[in-house]
Ligand binder design. Structure first.
Ligand code: GLC
Length: 811
């Protein structure tokens, strides 16, 4: 793969020793007390930089990059030595290691900068400084530049101009934050209910950088999940400070955003394809329901004809908050409840927290202690925190045997037919007892080493247990906390929010940031968790959430009701309508999940992902793309009568009414009333829809799929995708799916639609035909040539076979 080291005339052989490694090099750094730097290309456009710690490189600094993913793809590398630096490059970029003072510079082969070291006060460039147990690194990021990603963060889409912390935190309970604990303050950065609060539940030290005025992006992922802070407020450049561990960074030279995201998720993983029902509407509430009330809740949903797939039960279903138990009084017969719910096409999900009640005689506790599966304190005794059941011990998920045990308990728990698992309090939240005392690995590893990865490891144990017990079934786990790679196991909801308009707005940028950080399966508590929701807020929240990857109403204990029917018939009917849009759109939405599972691209996307050359689209923070073709501009303000919407340059159809608009890339003001959900579809798109909105996805297998074909107003080709499969099992991995790739092309007076089919289909239900619904630019009438309308009056195309349709213009 690699060429030999070359030395040309004007280069001077260096005194320092350079060791050639596979697709990289290692070199000593005398100015860093003999530490070494290692440079390894994982792909021509992805390089890993590491600096040793006490002479050693850590083999596995975290669980972010599993062995099976952290594989190098071939990259031809060349090394050159100059007087002042050593250069190692590929076809995509060059890494220069400057020697005195030591600093790093990375450029693409066209010379555009990827990473430039900043200068200190004396004007000397610097890159890395050792500090106590940790270190910091710096680089030039100008204040006007764009910085995106960083996982679950508050504030704007652009994260520049603020300092951020990475320490998974139970937001609404600052006393359990376990770090960075500060007294409640007037400073919004410290008010846990403000839209600026930091840190949050999920820590993902991955960011994208876009120099001002440029559409060229770079990415950086720090594979160090200890406590850290990223400061984008310093005049000399950004400073990233890690309190422990070694420096390991993956730099992605881009410059194209999808390639960076594919590269990042190639390392840290992508979502497994979720079961279809997980894309449905979820009803959750922290409330002490009993079995009859849960059933009655389902009945009410059906009576009101509101689409809903899943009911969730919170901590009160347990016996005294003991995990893996049921309160026998309230839930005398869980299997019967599951059967009753299934009749009404509901699934049930239960919460499972990590905290285990400290109580000899409680089998889960006894086994955990006997088998030495719990975290210890600094004295070597089981660490005891204070959570829902009172004194609580915590499984040590860094131990493989603890993960295996936890997986088995989860599998046994769901066996009666529970559909999925909800993991909460996994920052870990430890109540009034500081988390720092909690040690891992039988006391070997300090808390900070795995604090941020606790949720990932918990989800890993859960999923592996479920898969072992039910290898054919797809899993669904929802997690509150997370770290890079959490997407491999769980979806994330955006934690405890408030029933306030600004929290609805917060949900948009936060979801976009998660999507840009490798986690596409996200959504906020619809209606807001804390506080009293209003009719208008609930309607607007549903109208937004109907177009987000995860859509779950959730409400805290003792808060006023916020069921879809809680605010009277008008609100109810608008909510029903919004959810019906979602359910009709299910084939499209599901296909976007398929794309996310294959590419790592987000489902809820910033406009710039679809329109990267349009620099204005990076400024849009209150709109998003749902997948490839749908633009959503949710109404986020109380009493709104109009909405300013930015449409990137192109041809757009308002959905579902079909009004056609041409944009040169400008904002327009759209009038809105309470019914309005401003949504547009790109000209050229093919949007597959269900012919109606079922009340549940369970058992719904329509023979017909409606294909909404948005004829392009200008020349060009657009691709769209539909995947169908059983929606429940992993059989699609063995080819049991039906994939139709559409290509809609316009060349002047000719428009054609080509459908190419892949996959072996699947026997469970019929995939019969498509009904075409044409949407045409104004003053243009088109008709499919040689297609006979069906008895229903639709132009019909057989589903499951390749096809090509030519459209003829008749007006
Ligand atoms: C936490 C969760 C919330 C849940 C509650 C009770 O606050 O974030 O969703 O309802 O605990 O389990």
């Amino acid at each position: 793969m690699s060429r030999d080291m070359s030395t040309t005339d004007d280069q001077v052989a260096l005194v320092r020793k350079i060791l050639r490694t596979e697709q990289g090099l290692e070199m000593s750094l005398p100015e860093l007390a003999g530490e070494r730097i290692s440079v390894t290309f994982f792909r021509p456009d992805i390089v890993r930089l590491r600096i040793s710690r006490q002479g050693k490189f850590e083999k596995k600094p975290s669980y972010a990059v599993p062995d099976e993913l952290g594989q190098m793809e071939p990259a031809r590398t060349r090394i050159e030595e100059f007087k002042d630096r050593v250069l190692i490059g590929t076809d995509a970029m060059e890494v220069s290691l400057f020697l005195d003072p030591f600093h790093v510079e990375i450029r693409r082969n066209d010379e555009t900068p990827v990473l430039v070291s900043p200068r200190d006060e004396a004007g000397r460039p610097w890159f890395y400084r050792k500090e106590k147990e940790g270190f910091c690194v710096g680089r030039v990021i100008e204040r006007q530049d764009g910085v995106y990603g960083l996982g679950e963060k508050t504030g704007s889409l652009n994260k520049n101009g603020r300092a951020w912390k990475f320490w998974n935190t139970d937001v609404l309970n600052p006393s359990v934050a376990g770090g960075y604990r500060e007294a409640p303050h007037e400073n919004p950065l410290q008010d846990p209910t403000s839209t600026q609060f930091d840190p949050y539940y999920v820590s993902i030290p991955f960011y994208l950088h876009r120099p001002v005025g440029s559409s060229l992006l770079t990415g950086s992922f720090f594979n160090n999940l200890g406590r850290s802070s990223f400061d984008f407020t310093q005049p000399g450049g950004a400073v990233f400070r890690f309190e422990s561990g070694a420096y390991e960074e993956f730099v992605f030279s881009g410059p194209n955003l999808p390639e960076i995201l594919k590269g990042y998720t190639g390392l840290t993983g992508r979502i497994p394809l979720p079961p279809l029902w997980a894309l449905g509407h979820h009803q959750c509430r922290w409330h002490d329901y009993n079995q009859e009330q849960v059933k009655a809740l389902g009945d009410k949903y059906r009576q009101e004809q509101i689409p809903c797939d899943v009911l969730w039960i919170d901590i009160d279903y347990m016996d005294g908050f003991r995990v893996f138990t049921w309160d026998k009084q309230r839930f005398p017969n869980p299997p019967k409840l599951l059967q009753d719910l299934e009749k009404e096409k509901f699934r049930l999900i239960t919460i499972i927290d990590p905290g285990i009640k400290e109580e000899p005689g409680y089998p889960v506790y006894d086994e955990a202690i006997r088998e030495r599966l719990v975290c210890l304190n600094r004295q070597g005794q089981p660490y005891v925190g204070q959570v829902w059941p009172g004194r609580t011990v915590f499984p040590d998920f860094t131990l493989e045997e603890a993960r295996r045990w936890w997986g088995r308990l989860n599998a046994e728990h769901v066996q009666a037919g529970i559909a999925g698992i909800w993991n909460d309090m996994n920052e870990p939240a430890t109540g009034e007892v500081p988390a720092e005392d909690m040690q891992f690995g039988h006391g070997r590893d300090p808390h900070a080493r795995f604090h941020n990865e606790y949720a990932l490891l918990m989800a890993m144990g859960t999923v592996e247990g479920l898969k072992k017990a039910m290898p054919e079934k797809r899993t669904f786990v929802l997690s509150r906390a997370g770290s890079p790679g959490i997407q491999r196991y769980a979806a994330n909801w955006l934690g405890d929010n408030c029933s306030r308009w600004e929290h609805l707005g917060l949900a948009v940028c936060m979801a976009l940031g998660m999507g840009l950080s490798g986690q596409p399966f996200v959504g906020a508590d619809v209606g807001g968790f804390m506080g009293a929701c209003s009719a208008e807020l609930l309607v607007r929240w549903y109208q937004y959430a109907a177009y987000t990857p995860f859509c779950r109403n959730h409400n805290a204990a003792a808060q006023p009701d916020q069921y879809p029917w809680s605010f009277g018939p008008e609100a109810l009917s608008l909510i029903r309508e919004a959810l019906q849009h979602r359910y009709r759109l299910m084939p499209y939405l599901y296909s976007q999940f398929v794309i996310a599972s294959e590419t790592g691209l987000p489902i809820q996307r910033p406009l710039a992902l679809g329109f990267s050359q349009d620099l204005k689209s990076w400024e849009v923070e209150d709109q998003f793309l749902l997948g490839e073709h749908i633009l959503v501009a949710p109404v986020l303000a109380a009493g709104a009568t109009q909405r300013t919407v930015y449409l990137p340059a192109g041809h757009w159809y308002r959905w579902p009414d079909g009004t056609y608009e041409i944009s040169k890339g400008e904002s327009r003001v759209t009038p809105v009333d309470l019914k309005s959900i401003p949504v547009w579809v790109r000209g050229g798109a093919v949007i597959p829809c269900w012919p109606e909105a079922p009340l549940s996805t369970m058992g719904y297998h329509p023979e017909v799929i409606d294909l909404h074909v948005f004829l392009p107003g200008e020349d060009g080709s657009t691709e769209s995708t539909l995947q169908e499969d059983d929606g429940l099992t992993v059989h699609y991995q063995m080819g049991k799916y039906l994939r139709t790739d559409f290509r809609l092309t316009r060349a002047g007076k000719q428009i054609s639609l080509v459908g190419s089919v892949r996959g072996h289909k699947f026997p469970e239900f019929r995939q019969d035909r498509f009904h075409l619904h044409l949407h045409a630019p104004p003053l243009e009438t088109w008709t499919p040539i040689l297609l006979q309308p069906s008895s229903e009056g639709f132009a019909t195309v057989p589903r499951g076979e390749d096809f090509q349709i030519e459209f003829g213009r008749i007006g």
